[in-house]
Design a protein around this ligand. Structure first.
Ligand code: DO4
Ligand code: MG
Length: 296
């Protein structure tokens, strides 16, 4: 069972359930965390509450593909984990050393360390919905999407759902100096989430998600890569525990869990590209890419 948000009649944000048969049922709440909290108060699981609504109503006479989707939740904060997959460690090493293999870097150390890399990625105002423009930084010549599984967390750190996130990144800025990480990761339109939240209680094994990333240029596929969350070096509860350590998080915080798909080293995103990130059981998060100058 998945939860989506969309604009009804072009103006009113509504929350809906998207069933495995692709039927859309309106829910009474307007916000995903409101649904989660209401289930708690009524001593039901979120799934049970949604199923009760579905049993008492009719599906909308629309196709899910026709809806104007919004972010599935307006996460006040999006955090992200780094170097949680071997592929990411190797790509960062390439950026930082220009391909030298005879040196140990920060990335080798963090991959093996007890403490994971966790960084602040985005705010609600910077986070983009499905099909909305993501932006390129004007001072970077080496930019890529990072397709990641996102954990939707309650304020006490419970995983209440899974979504898809794009942690857009500038490889040249980070490669120049890791202290530039916030600039390599965070700018207007550098993160998207969606298209749906898969309810946590409907996921049997979160280490079995299949992730595919495709990049299209002038209508042609120029990059394709795939991975599985089974390749993750760490456990989700370990990542969440570090995020919460001596920290306060908002209800509905999204934690991106790192990338395992990195385009070839000679690839950089360009104005007009289209990025698709598909995670089986969640959906396809698609966004066009624009340069800041054209999009502002
Ligand atoms: O160290 C930089 C960030 C790495 C990252 O975002 C990732 O591994 O996904
Ligand atoms: Mg990342």
């Amino acid at each position: 069972m998945r939860i989506i948000r969309f604009l009804q009649e072009g103006s009113e944000p509504v929350l809906a359930a998207l069933t495995d048969q692709s039927e859309v049922y309106l829910l009474g709440q307007t916000d995903f965390m409101e649904l989660v909290r209401e289930a708690e108060v009524r001593q039901r699981t979120t799934l049970e509450l949604v199923q009760e609504t579905i049993a008492a109503s009719e599906p909308l006479a629309v196709k899910a593909e026709e809806l104007e989707l919004l972010v599935p939740l307006e996460a006040a904060e999006v955090w992200a984990c780094g170097v949680t997959y071997e592929r990411s460690r190797d790509a960062r090493n390439y950026e930082a050393t220009g391909g030298r293999l005879d040196t140990t870097t920060f990335y080798d150390k963090v991959y093996d360390a007890e403490r994971p890399e966790i960084f602040f990625k985005s705010t609600a105002a910077r986070t983009v919905a499905p099909d909305r423009d993501l932006y390129l930084r004007s001072d970077s010549n080496w930019q890529i999407p990072e397709p990641e599984l996102g954990l939707v967390l309650s304020r006490d750190g419970r995983v209440v759902g899974y979504t898809i996130g794009n942690d857009m990144s500038c490889r040249d800025i980070e490669g120049e100096n890791p202290l530039y990480l916030p600039q390599a990761k965070m700018w207007k339109g550098s993160c998207s989430i969606g298209p749906a939240i898969r309810l946590a209680e409907t996921v049997e094994d979160p280490y079995a998600f299949q992730i595919v990333c495709r990049i299209f240029r002038d209508g042609e596929k120029v990059v394709e890569g795939s991975a599985s969350t089974g390749q993750l070096k760490r456990r989700f509860d370990e990542l969440v525990a570090y995020l919460l350590r001596d920290n306060t998080i908002f209800d509905g915080t999204v934690l991106l869990t790192g990338t395992c798909i990195v385009p070839p080293d000679d690839f950089t995103l360009a104005d007009g590209d289209r990025i698709e990130i598909e995670i089986g059981g969640i959906g396809v998060l698609a966004n066009p890419v624009r340069s800041q100058a054209k999009g502002s």
